[in-house]
Design a binder for this molecule. Structure first.
Ligand code: SF4
Ligand code: SF4
Length: 144
């Protein structure tokens, strides 16, 4: 499964574009996060890898901006294991081990649609990164 970030402008947000594409292409799409209001917004969706190109093109043909979402990276040198990111993450994508190791779960993170941990970290130890498509392993950082 792959994730794409779909951005709607003010005009597009009131149209049933996503529903039309699901019906037309018969592709299941799981909405992982949505930040939408009358001015526009973005949704993060998960779709089968084999359908990604077709679905991205379908949105783009309708003038919708589609990008690959960013995930995050924790700098072990800066992290002092305060736990703020753990407490604030809405999907429990970050946890602290008993030895104060920060564990980040790429499968759960909703990336740039959220970024709560990036803003909350007092040490500026977390940054957004481009999603490289490799979600086979979770990252783990340890305090020095
Ligand atoms: S990454 Fe930042 S917010 Fe998270 S435990 Fe480390 S210092 Fe605290
Ligand atoms: S970006 Fe959001 S979902 Fe991802 S780890 Fe940070 S707080 Fe959790």
């Amino acid at each position: 499964m792959g994730r794409i970030l779909i951005r709607f402008n003010e005009e597009q947000v009131s149209e049933p574009i996503t529903a039309q594409i699901i019906i037309e292409y018969k592709v299941p799409m799981a909405i992982l996060a949505a930040h939408v209001n009358s001015k526009g917004g973005e949704i993060l969706v998960e779709i089968p890898d084999e359908s990604q190109e077709e679905i991205v093109n379908a949105f783009r043909k309708r003038g919708v901006i589609v990008t690959v979402p960013k995930l995050i990276e924790v700098d072990a040198e800066k992290c002092f294991s305060c736990g703020s990111c753990v407490a604030l993450c809405p999907v429990e994508a970050i946890s602290l081990d008993k030895d104060c190791t920060v564990r980040f779960d790429k499968e759960k993170c909703v990336g740039s649609t959220c970024s709560i941990c990036v803003d909350a970290c007092p040490a500026r130890a977390i940054k957004s990164i481009k999603h490289n498509g490799d979600r086979s392993a979770n990252s783990r950082v340890k305090r020095n």
